[in-house]
Design a protein around this ligand. Structure first.
Ligand SMILES: Nc1nc2c(ncn2[C@@H]2O[C@H](COP(=O)(O)OP(=O)(O)OP(=O)(O)O)[C@@H](O)[C@H]2O)c(=O)[nH]1
Ligand SMILES: [Mg+2]
Length: 235
């Protein structure tokens, strides 16, 4: 039995210790406010991350939230033109949800696409990056420089685990990441590891996703809830 388990289970004091521990954890994790749409100009947000971390699905979820629930003009730019069917995947969502979609092949095309786009929210999907590959990271960096984003969210799959997630966070430090977005939270039984990653990364957590449904299965990060998760196994 771990020290924490025995403490939170220690008779009358257990509840108090649990409450205090939760409070410490809640204060230790940074939480971002999520996308704040600007007045009078487009707000530009890019999702980046390792291959298969959920970037395209999450772009569609965010696009659906802003276009359908908030009735805003949304457009999506995809810089993922290498993988077979990558553009097709977004095209299906764009038709179902009703957002404009543009594929770009170079940093110059990104500049032109943003300049000629008047949508309230512009989202950019990107190619999955192998964080051990500096060339791929540099290429992504060039695309982000051309985009000039307000926010860049690094997507981490909750299934990846602490060590590899921190390696990814460190590798992406060369890019202008403004927040973390954890995906696939529904696939793990110990979501407390997310809290450890967030605290170690010292970067605000903005959103969590917990399923494959589009629209839906995305919510703003909540420190209270995350701290509660961390202690779930110490009931
Ligand atoms: N369970 C679960 N699956 C998810 C979630 N988000 C995405 N997925 C699934 O994860 C897989 C990969 O999602 P994509 O959105 O294609 O990931 P990606 O990062 O765009 O992948 P690449 O473009 O190949 O790098 C798909 O099968 C999605 O349905 C989530 O929150 N929970
Ligand atoms: Mg993708």
């Amino acid at each position: 039995m771990s020290v924490l388990t025995s403490l939170v289970q220690s008779g009358e004091n257990g509840g108090l210790i649990r409450k205090k521990t939760q409070e410490v954890l809640r204060k230790a994790v940074k939480i971002g406010s999520g996308i704040q749409v600007k007045e009078g100009r487009s707000t530009v947000v890019s999702l980046v991350g390792p291959t298969g971390s959920g970037k395209t699905t999450t772009v569609a979820k965010i696009a659906a939230d802003f276009a359908l629930s908030r009735k805003m003009a949304v457009s999506v730019i995809t810089a993922d033109t290498k993988r077979i069917a990558a553009v097709y995947q977004l095209k299906c969502y764009s038709q179902a949800i009703g957002f404009a979609l543009k594929a770009v092949y170079s940093p110059q095309e990104i500049r032109d696409a943003v300049r000629s786009d008047s949508a309230q929210l512009i989202l950019m999907d990107t190619t999955g990056v192998n964080s051990l590959n500096k060339k791929e990271l540099d290429q992504l960096g060039a695309f982000l420089s051309a985009l000039g984003p307000d926010e860049v969210y690094l997507l981490l799959s909750a299934t990846t685990g602490f060590k590899n997630s921190i390696k990814t966070v460190n590798a992406f430090k060369s890019l202008p990441v403004t927040g973390l977005l954890f995906t696939k939270v529904d696939e793990i039984s110990t979501p407390g590891s997310i809290l450890s990653i967030a605290i170690k990364a010292d970067t605000p957590v903005c959103y969590l996703t917990d399923g494959r449904s589009v629209p839906g299965n995305i919510e703003l990060a909540d420190a209270e809830k995350m701290a509660e998760w961390a202690l779930r196994n110490y009931a």
